[in-house]
Design a protein around this ligand. Structure first.
Ligand SMILES: *[C@@H]1O[C@H](CO)[C@@H](O)[C@H](O)[C@H]1NC(C)=O
Ligand SMILES: *[C@@H]1O[C@H](CO)[C@@H](O)[C@H](O)[C@H]1NC(C)=O
Ligand SMILES: *[C@@H]1O[C@H](CO)[C@@H](O)[C@H](O)[C@H]1NC(C)=O
Length: 493
């Protein structure tokens, strides 16, 4: 008997710009950010009630479109389709890729915006390239607030994807000095590698601030309010950064009872692993990223709270008191922090340079500094100086050799040494300040004592050594007048 009237699907004919899978807070905020910039986003979550809840609440009154299934989601996208995942790193990413593959066609783009390990991204990029899918792994930094109003974005992967996602990524990213904190990083896992180093540097920056605080509190005997004022001052100068700014606010924050909250917090640091990954990568590629390494270990030592409490009753330190001028030492500490921070970033960029060499990534170091300049946790004025250093000389082999940073370290050097001497004299640990100075002194040394290491290795293991006068030629010496024959000229261990 004729016509069956169907209710018109209000979503029919939707031509979405991008689909996003995973409606936890980061995902929701990125969608709302894209919506603000005029993009039509299709939202999907495995738990479909979550999609409806999002549309009825946070996304009410926006152009955001919901999807009931991955198939439904893909059908609402214009081509080439762009599907971004903000799901838990690991197997969830592989599982969604597997489910998406039959729904997509050659030239479509899958983007992983989670905290994936760069090796996983490299693998996925390679596998998907064979199937004609353009895979992108992007670092997203800035937390929930950043995702909503402008994150730092570090995309890498198949280069053919970039022209299709560039405008949306750069529109929603943070801006610094009028430029987007987002640019193409490089091939396969480059984006996630750069994000990992960003997080490692974040560990370093935080540890440096903690050491300054420790010295002010326990050597100089300052109270939280005075320290807060110091950080407020520091934030007006060359240390101007998000982490210095929040430290100022944290130090003066009072609990309901009127006491400073920070002094009530248990001194055992947590970590989620990205600092550790950076240190592992540093060991893997043989690059001395010592400050990030020390920062990870400092968190580990802090976590041994109970053992430390026990040991503190048995192991005594020096009996020294601070008799110098407090104001002067506050300025010495500022300079020690600044010089150490320069070393930390120099080390981070050394690691990036080595990874770029190993994986043949064409990294734009100035561009990376600019991506970190705004939106993310390590955002600072300082990153503008780093950008300038690489603009002046894109081939710069090490940040410490740039004129600006060379002059900065020179002006800080005496204070840096004074502060570490004070810390040693008073028994206050400053692993990050100290390792930075040790690195600086090592890096600027024409001769290190490694000649003796080579002699020892040859003595006990016949590992051979080179002579200063004849590098490249490995020889062995009959140190003892005993022992067997070694004729190796290429043997290395
Ligand atoms: C979907 O929503 C649930 C419930 O809020 C959440 O736990 C899950 O992580 C979300 N993401 C995906 C990919 O399903
Ligand atoms: C600390 O000392 C207490 C009391 O001697 C002991 O019970 C506890 O196991 C010790 N903790 C650690 C982590 O060594
Ligand atoms: C090392 O010297 C001793 C004593 O002169 C000799 O007996 C031995 O053969 C030498 N070994 C080699 C590898 O030349």
């Amino acid at each position: 008997m004729g016509l069956v009237l169907c209710k018109a699907d209000p979503d029919a004919g939707i031509q979405g710009d991008l689909a996003l899978i995973g409606l936890a807070v980061m995902g929701q905020n990125l969608i709302l950010n894209m919506d603000d910039h005029g993009y039509t986003v299709v939202a999907y979550n495995r738990t479909v009630e979550k999609v409806d809840a999002f549309l009825d609440n946070e996304a009410k009154g926006t152009k955001v479109v919901g999807a009931k299934s991955l198939k439904d989601m893909v059908s609402k996208l214009k081509k080439p389709r762009k599907v971004m995942m903000l799901v838990k790193a690991g197997t969830a990413v592989d599982s969604f890729i597997e489910q998406l593959l039959p729904l997509l066609e050659k030239g479509d783009i899958i983007i992983d915006g989670g905290n994936s390990e760069y090796q996983d991204t490299q693998r996925r990029c390679k596998e998907l390239e064979k199937k004609g899918i353009l895979y992108v792994g992007t670092g997203v930094s800035g937390g929930e607030e950043g995702a909503r109003y402008g994150p730092s974005l570090m995309p890498g992967g198949h280069p053919d994807a970039w022209p299709h996602i560039k405008s949306i990524f750069q529109d929603i990213s943070a801006k610094a000095d009028g430029e987007p904190c987002c640019d193409w990083v490089g091939e396969d896992g480059a984006g996630h590698f750069v994000k990992m180093v960003h997080n490692g540097i974040e560990y370093g920056d935080m540890q440096l601030i903690c050491e300054a605080y420790h010295l002010m509190r326990d050597a100089l005997g300052m109270d939280p309010d005075s320290m807060s004022k110091v950080f407020e001052e520091w934030n007006k100068g060359e240390l101007d950064s998000f982490l210095i700014e929040i430290t100022e606010k944290i130090l003066k924050f009072r609990d309901e009872d009127g006491k400073h909250l920070v002094e009530k917090i248990r001194d055992a640091a947590g970590q989620k692993g990205t600092g550790k990954w950076t240190a592992v990568a540093a060991l893997e590629y043989g690059i001395p990223v010592t400050l990030i390494g020390e920062s990870v270990f400092a968190r580990c030592l802090s976590a041994l709270k109970e053992e430390r409490v026990n040991a503190s009753k048995l192991l005594k330190g020096p009996d020294a008191t601070f008799t110098e001028n407090t104001q002067e030492y506050v300025e010495h500490i500022r300079k020690a922090l600044y010089a150490s921070k320069i070393v930390s970033y120099a080390q981070g960029f050394m690691l990036l340079r080595e990874a770029a060499k190993v994986y043949k990534w064409n990294l734009n170091f100035g561009g990376i500094a600019l991506m970190w300049r705004g939106g993310c946790i390590i955002r600072s004025v300082f990153l503008g100086n780093i950008k300038r250093a690489f603009d002046n000389n894109p081939e710069l082999s090490n940040l410490l050799l740039d004129d600006f940073f060379r002059a900065a370290i020179e002006s800080c050097q005496n204070s840096w040494r004074k502060v570490i001497s004070l810390a040693v004299t008073m028994g206050i640990p400053t692993p990050a300040f100290s390792t930075a100075l040790a690195f600086f002194d090592g890096f600027r040394s024409e001769r290190l004592p490694a000649n003796l290491i080579q002699a020892q290795r040859d003595y006990f293991g016949a590992h051979t050594y080179e002579l200063l006068s004849d590098p490249g030629k490995f020889v062995h010496t009959n140190w003892t007048g005993k022992g067997g024959r070694t004729a190796a000229t290429t043997y290395q261990a």
